[in-house]
Ligand binder design. Structure first.
Ligand code: TPP
Length: 319
């Protein structure tokens, strides 16, 4: 029978990069370059609420870190390292090995080594908590409160696929194997836009990731920055896989669908070329979807230029 220490040694201990003290002591240690601030964020993932019990453990390991790296991306912070808390209802070593593989692969890809954490047995469902640490030059973080009236509003990547995959797996939509195959990676293998966040430092006025859906998350930027916005639905980068979807469901997925680890950001209209260049450098797709206004409120224009009514609400744990 493996002890907690065996499990940690087997699956979660890697040689820490030079200059860091990783797994093994009571605390991890990492240096912060002079003139930089630490950016930190934590996300809890619960079975049944954030993921289905039968999800591929490799994908789950990837996503547990990805949703946290996405928060660093939204702030324009460079990853330093992460810690992992695991509450395991049972000991299933093949499951744990696959989970650790998915986690470490993304950690390696982003230079964000696992430097500590805690593993316990749980009498309840599986719970995963990841905390990331990043660094950003003092005063240069992308925040929610920096948008100015007249800014362009941009989103990265495509919208809507994760919401559709979730509703298919949840049985809210009739089974559709080809639609699920075309949308599932967006839900289970999100790619955090860390390089884009870094490239947007000094260009974007404000940024956020779209974990709770475009309208809700953009709403946070607008509230913090005390501005309003007008979006054009026809400009939205709806995922190509959703081409045949019913129009009302498509709107809900694109405007309200959560679990999208892409960025929404604002930038001055005079910096469009700089935004395009940043996106190229980061190998990211960006789309201009509207602009901010001095007057509070959020309007979405339909294809005919008319304000849409009954806008979707976005994701809420306590609806
Ligand atoms: N139920 C399951 C089983 N899987 C899902 N992916 C969802 C529901 C949908 N869902 C879960 S969390 C979430 C969504 C859309 C949004 C993000 O979660 P949250 O805990 O609010 O992350 P944060 O915004 O704090 O980063």
């Amino acid at each position: 029978m493996a002890s907690e220490f065996d499990l940690i040694a087997r699956y979660f201990t890697r040689t820490a990069p030079a200059g860091l003290l990783g797994v093994g002591d009571d605390c991890a240690l990492f240096p912060v370059p002079p003139g930089e601030q630490v950016a930190t964020s934590t996300d809890l993932l619960l079975e049944g609420r954030h993921f289905f019990p039968d999800v591929d453990p490799r994908a789950l390991g990837h996503k547990a870190l990805a949703v946290n790296l996405s928060d660093l991306a939204a702030m324009g912070a460079r990853p330093i390292g992460c810690v992992l808390g695991l509450a395991l209802p049972r000991l299933d070593e093949p499951w744990l090995a696959a989970f650790a593989d998915g986690f470490h692969a993304l950690a390696d890809a982003h230079g964000c080594p696992l430097i500590g954490g805690d593993t316990t047995r749980s009498a309840h469902d599986l719970a995963i908590s990841v905390t990331v640490f990043g660094a950003v030059p003092a005063g240069q973080a992308l925040r929610r409160d920096g948008a100015q009236a007249g800014d362009d509003i941009w989103v990265s990547g495509e919208l809507g696929a994760a919401d559709v995959a979730y509703r298919l797996l949840d049985g809210q939509y009739p089974a559709d194997g080809s639609l699920l195959a075309a949308t599932r990676d967006a839900l289970e293998w999100p790619q955090p836009q860390v390089a884009l966040g870094l490239a947007l430092r000094g260009i974007a006025h404000a940024a956020i990731d779209l974990s709770d859906g475009l309208l809700q998350d953009l709403g946070h930027i607008l509230a913090a920055s005390r501005v309003g916005a007008c979006l054009e639905y026809a400009r939205m980068p709806a995922a190509t896989a959703l081409a045949g979807l019913d129009e009302a469901l498509l709107r809900r997925a694109v405007l309200g669908g959560g679990d999208v680890y892409q960025l929404c950001f604002t930038a001055p209209a005079a910096r469009r070329d700089a935004v395009a260049q940043a996106a190229r450098a980061a190998n990211a797709r960006v789309t201009r979807v509207g602009h901010t206004l001095a007057q509070a409120g959020l309007t979405v224009l339909d294809g005919q230029g008319q304000p849409m009514t009954a806008l979707p609400a976005g994701f809420d744990h306590f609806p």
